[in-house]
Design a protein around this ligand. Structure first.
Ligand code: FES
Length: 318
């Protein structure tokens, strides 16, 4: 398996950031500057005995350090528990270089909709839009007031931030913000749990938004995405002509890794984009959460860890 560039960092601060969240500040362990990133980028954090977990970068633009905000999820595979309970200031971590499959789209007006800790990439986007004096509004949906993260940074953004608390009857299911009822030439950028995003997109389409105006990133792959099962097909490696059969119950990534083919893997759930690979022939059956509608329609790339083929053969640009 191909390794992404790994970076050694030190946790130089660990702070409370709204109920259930910790904010970790990471500095380069070598003293070399950390790579620059753009709003929407994430890093992989290597968690002992758990593998890699993806977290959006939420540092203020231009800062030398990275910041990630981690919500404690007791029901998860253990990554957030480890970062909350085991990692303290001074700890060493291994992370990947930033990767961005959720860039800020260009539009005359931008609506940012975040639920819970889905705020992290959208906060950095909002700050960039504010610095550009662009037209935008950030809607943040939380359960209760004590969950509010990044309160000082949100305050800096002033009236362009609208807070919604479901404990006060102001959730997306109970009250649709007027902004969402007026698509015009806006881009709708959202991040949050799958249920929130699915409901948001349903509403948006109902109010006349076009699919190409919707840009999103989910926390977790949906149940459908996690299923890699389907019909048997073949993949061909363009550079060597070698062909491999992908059986009904395995992913392309599994087959290629087993064969010693060099591919990069991280989330293995179709969410992070690490394994996106070019397709030269054949029609992918996209099952990921990371490619945009436009990228899917182009049919010239595929997410190897979860997607399959509609055609009997896919020729991969490897
Ligand atoms: S490994 Fe993350 S999308 Fe495939």
């Amino acid at each position: 398996m191909k390794q992404a560039e790994n970076l050694a960092v030190t946790v130089i601060a660990k702070q409370f950031n709204g109920a259930g969240n910790v904010l970790l500040t990471l500095a380069s362990a070598s003293g070399h500057p950390l790579p620059a990133f753009t709003p929407g980028a994430h890093i992989d954090v290597t968690i002992p005995d758990c593998g890699k977990r993806q977290y959006s970068l939420c540092s203020v633009a231009g800062e030398a350090h990275y910041q990630i905000c981690v919500r404690l999820d007791e029901g998860s595979g253990g990554g957030s528990r480890w970062l909350h309970h085991q990692v303290q200031t001074g700890a060493s971590l291994t992370i990947s270089a930033p990767r961005n499959h959720f860039p800020l789209p260009q539009a005359p007006r931008t609506l940012l909709f975040a639920a819970g800790i889905g705020l992290t990439p959208l906060l950095v986007m909002a700050e960039q839009l504010a610095a550009q004096d662009a037209d935008f509004t950030l809607h943040l949906f939380l359960k209760r007031h004590d969950e509010l993260p990044f309160s000082a940074r949100l305050e800096q953004l002033g009236a362009r931030v609208v807070l919604h608390y479901s404990s006060e009857g102001d959730s997306l299911r109970q009250r649709v913000p007027d902004d969402l009822k007026r698509p015009h030439d806006s881009a709708l950028v959202s991040c949050g749990p799958a249920g929130f995003m699915d409901h948001l997109h349903q509403l948006a389409l109902q109010y006349g938004w076009r699919a190409d105006q919707l840009h999103s990133e989910k926390f977790k792959a949906s149940v459908v995405t996690q299923s890699v099962a389907g019909d048997t097909f073949a993949v061909e490696i363009a550079s060597s002509g070698a062909r491999y059969t992908v059986n009904a119950d395995e992913s392309i990534a599994e087959v290629l890794s087993r064969a010693g083919i060099d591919i990069e893997l991280s989330c293995e759930q179709g969410m992070c984009g690490a394994c996106i690979t070019g397709v030269l022939e054949g029609e992918p059956d996209h099952r990921d959460e990371v490619l945009s509608q436009k990228e899917r329609a182009a049919n010239d790339c595929i997410v190897l860890c979860c997607s399959r083929a509609r055609s009997p053969l896919l020729v991969l640009d490897l």
